[in-house]
Design a protein. Sequence first.
Length: 738
Amino acid sequence: MKKLIIFALLLCFVSCQPAFGVVESVAVPERFTPNGSLTTFNFTFRLVNQSDLTATLRTDSTGGDDDLTLNVDYTLSATNNDFGSGGTVTFTTAPASGTTLVLERDMERSQSVNLIQGQAMPAESTETTFDKMMMSIQDIDKDLSFAITVPHGDPTSALSLEVPNSILRASKFFTWDSDGNPTATAALTTGTASFSSYGEGVVDKTDAGTTMAYLQGIPVFNVKNAAYGAAGDGDGAGAGTDDTAAITAAIVAANAAGGGEVNFPPGIYNISSVITVLANVTLKGNRATIYLLDNSDSDMFGVAASNITFDGLIINGNKANNAASAGDSITLSGTVDNLTVKNCEIFGSAGNCVGFAGTMTNLKFLNNNFHDSASGKALLSMTLTGADTATNSEFISNRFSGSIRGMSSGLSTATPRWIDIRVIGNYFENIDSTEGLSLEINDYDGLVVADNVITDGWRGMSFNTFGPGHATITGNLIKDQLNWGMELSSANALGGIDVTGNTIENCVGGIIVGQATGNDFNINIVGNNLIKAVSGATFSVINFRGVRNGNISDNTIYIDDADSGGCINITNSASGTAADSIQCSNNVIYFSDTTRTATPDAIFISAANKVKVSSNLISIGDDSGTSGFIHLNSDTKNDIWVENNTIIYRGGSASSNYGINLTSTDSIGIYIKDNFIQNTAVGIDTTAAKGESSNVSVTNNTVIDCTDDVLTNIGHFRGKVLSYENSAVFYENELVYY
C-alpha cells in the first residue's frame, strides 16, 4: 500500500511539471519586402540560441546575396528573452527598397549535455537536447530541398551521383553521361571550325529576313560575296566603284539556280548601264541605294521576264547629271507576269520612275515612294500602245509627289488596255500646278479607285475610255486642285462609271463628265461631298456634258466662292451631243452668305432630253445678281420634270433672281410641279417659253414671300390658262403673300 501511494505522488509530481519544449513543424525561410524605412521584422520559428538565426539581404535586380552579421547589422529580441515562439530582428539601418530579406534558422551541429552515470537526468536539459536534434534534422531537410535530387524510381544498379574529383573536373562543364551520372566535359576552345556549304550560307547572311529566307530554302546571293564582288562604296555623288557587272553576275547566278534572292547589304551601289533582271529573281535592298552614275544616259533596270520582285531598294536616277528623257528607273517590256515592286523609294529619274509596255499580268506596286522625275515625265508612265495590255494589277499604299504626272496613261484606241486594275490607298501631292495630272487611267475595263488622297496639284483624277469598261471610284479625298477635281469620259462605255462617297474640296472645278465628245453612258454621281471655295468662273461643281443615262443623287454641295461657275450643269458636249435620260435628285445644295455679283444657277439644264430634277434642297445666301436657281435654258429639249424641290433664298431682299426660270423657247413637255419656293424675287418664270414650246405644265407649286406678287413674272400671268402658239397650262398653284 505504501509503495502505491509513493508511485502516485511521483506521477502527480511529474505531470505537474511544465513541458520544456515541443518542436511541431519545419521552420522554412521567412521572406520580407523592405521599403527603405522599416527597421523591425518579426519571425515565428523557434531559436535555441540567437546565433542560430541567419539573415540574408538579396538585391532583386541582380540576384546578389549579402549575409548580415548579428550585433553589427541587426540585433535580436524576444519577450522575456524567450525565443521559443520566434522574435524580432531590428536593423541599425533600414534595408533599402528593391531588396528581399530572408530570415532562417541554421542550428549549430553540437551536443553540450554531459550525462553522468548514477546522477540526476534534468528534464529541461534532456528536452533541449532532443529539440536541438529535431531542429537540426529540420534544417538539414530544408537544405536538401535546395539540392539536386534524383527520382526514387531511378535504377540504383548503375546510378552513382559522385562527381569527378577536383583534378578531373577543373575548368570543365558539369554534364551527365549516358547512364545519367555526373561527369565533367572539356570546355570549348577558340579556333577555326569547318562548316558545310549550307552552314556557310547561313553565316553569310546580313539580316534576319535574309537568314530566314535562306533557312526556308530560298537561295540567297549576296552581291558583296567574293564570287560577284560588289563594293557598295558610293557616296551618292559619283565617287566609288562601278558595281554594274557585279550586280549583273549575282542576278545571273540566282537565275541559273532556278531563282533566288539577290541581297544588297546597306551601301550605295553605282551603276552605269541598264541591268537586266531575269526570271524568278528578287532584288532585296535593306534600304541599299542603287545610283546611276553621271552621263550614263540609260535605263537602270530592265524587266522582260516573270516572277520578279524589287523589295526595299532606293533607286536614284541622278536626273541632274543624265540627259533628259534618257531612261527610266525601271522599264517593262515583252511578257511580264507576277512583278512586285514594294517598299522601295524611286526618284530623280531622267525619264519616268517606271515605264510600262508589253503584255503584263499580275503587277503589284505596294508601299513605295515615287517622287521627282524629270521635267515632263511621269512617275508611273502607263501609256500603252500597239498590242500592249496590263491585266489584274494593283497599286496600293504608294506615295507620289513632285512631277508633272503621277500615274498617267494616254488615251489611244477603242481596245481596253488596263483590265481589272485597283488603285487603293495611295497619296498624291504637289503634282505640277500648271498642267499636272495626279491620277490618269485611260483605256480601262474593270477599274477600282478607292480611298486615295490627292492634294495640291492641277487636276486630281482623269479617267477616259473608248471601250465598254466599268469604273468604281469611291472613298477618295481630292483637295486644293487648280483645275477639275475629277474628269470622266467613257464614250460607249456601257459598263458605266460609279462615283460614290468621295470628297472634293477647294478645287476650282468639281466633277466634269463628257467634256469633249459626250455620248457617255451610265454615269452615276451618288453620295459625294463637294465643297467649292476657290473662284473659277467657268468651272461648275458637277458638269454633265452629253451624258446618256446618268444619275446625280444624294450629293452634298457647299459653295463658298464669289464667282459664277455654276453648281450642277446638265448640258450638251462640246461637239453638240445632247444629254439624255438624267436623274438629278435628293441633292443638298448650299450657297454660303458670301456676296456675289452673280450667283450661279444651282441646277442648270440646257440641250438635254428626259431629265428629272426632283426632291433637291437648294438654299442660297446673299445674291446681288440675276440667276435662276433651277434654270431650264433656251436650248432645253424635251421631257423635263422639275418636281418636289425646295428652294429657299436667305439673302434678304431679292431684286432679280428666280426660283425656277424657264427660258426655253422650243421645248416639248416641261413639267413643273409640287415645288416649294420661298423669298426669291420671282417664284416661277415661264415668260420666255411662249415661243415654240408646247406642253408646259406648272402645277401644285407653293410660292411664299417672294418680292414680286405673281407666280410667272411681272404681272403677266395669274394662275390661268395661257394662250400660247402651242399649249401651256398653269393651274392649282398656291400663292402666299405677307
